[in-house]
Design a protein. Structure first.
Ligand SMILES: Cc1ncc(C[n+]2csc(CCOP(=O)(O)OP(=O)(O)O)c2C)c(N)n1
Ligand SMILES: [Mg+2]
Length: 275
């Protein structure tokens, strides 16, 4: 499967760029960046109809990073996809840089400023309604964190999405089980998550969020659904690819020292394949 091999090569490159960016800036949210890497990779390099040389094309698929704190993961994915030079990321999180610690729509390829959790789905609903009204063929994808689901505004947006039968809207939940201060099930329990989204009128799909074959299949499945919005619950590992970060809330926004950085790079570069 040539496609999957390419995605796996990209994944290493994105993970390496995320680690470089976080280490150089002593900033970023490395744990949630690494849990979302494979989702962003498959969206930008397989699923979405986007063209970096024409980023404002009217019929482009839209993507909203509702869990905006992992901006570096989106920036690295966009730069590797060709939206802007990788060099630009050297200014990440620095004074006067447009590559601030959260998505910023002054950057090519970014649709919405995010970072205050809970708003992405509402705006994505608006984009999906606009596509229907304008009779445009684009899909809107929105990535949310599982901790983010504690925001009440998400459930208002979910009601609207099913009320308007937005089958051109695909929500993805990075279900890594952790939020900033610990396990989601301790901080604000979410289960039964599948049943909740189903009760809100969504077509619900569960997937291993690190397996490209499965991810490709569920994004295909989403396109075949009509009459209701789709949510993909992607089971992931926070810190995926770096053993000492995996499943450890400390690495939500932990800063690596030199030894940890070197070890992390060694691990992501040595990874045989993505899952
Ligand atoms: C409205 C709002 N409240 C609080 C925060 C602070 N905050 C940043 S990340 C985070 C935890 C998010 O957890 P999750 O959505 O699970 O993200 P992930 O595990 O994917 O990094 C919190 C509470 C915020 N950014 N916005
Ligand atoms: Mg989480």
């Amino acid at each position: 499967m040539k496609n999957i091999e390419l995605l796996e090569t990209n994944a290493k490159e994105i993970r390496r760029a995320v680690l470089d960016t976080c280490y150089a800036s002593s900033a970023g949210h490395v744990g949630g960046s690494l849990s979302s890497t494979d989702i962003l990779n498959v969206l930008y390099n397989h699923v979405m109809n986007v063209d970096p040389s024409n980023p404002d094309n009217d019929t482009r698929d839209r993507f909203v990073l509702s869990k905006g704190h992992i901006a570096e993961s989106l920036f690295c994915t966009l730069s590797i996809r060709g939206y802007f030079p990788k060099e630009d990321l050297k200014s990440f999180s620095q004074f006067k840089s447009k590559y601030i610690g959260h998505p910023n729509n002054k950057i090519s390829g970014i649709e919405m400023n995010t970072g205050a959790l809970g708003h992405g789905l509402s705006v994505a609903v608006g984009m999906a309604i606009a596509a229907k009204q304008d009779e445009k063929p684009y899909y809107t994808y929105v990535l949310m964190g599982d901790g983010e689901l504690a925001e009440g505004s998400i459930w208002e947006a979910a009601m609207a999405a099913s009320h308007y039968k937005l089958d051109n809207l695909v929500a993805i939940i990075d279900r890594n089980g952790l939020q900033i201060s610990g396990a989601t099930e301790d901080v604000m329990s979410l289960e039964q998550l599948h049943d909740k989204w189903s009760a809100f009128g969504f077509h619900v799909i569960s997937v291993n969020g690190h397996n490209y074959k499965d991810l490709i299949q569920v994004f295909d499945e989403a396109k075949a659904i009509t009459g209701k919005p789709i949510v993909i619950i992607a089971d992931t590992i926070k810190g995926k690819g770096v053993s000492f970060m995996e499943n450890n809330a400390k690495w939500h926004h932990g800063v690596m020292d030199e030894e940890q950085y070197k070890q992390a790079i060694k691990e992501v570069e040595g990874a045989d394949n993505n899952e």
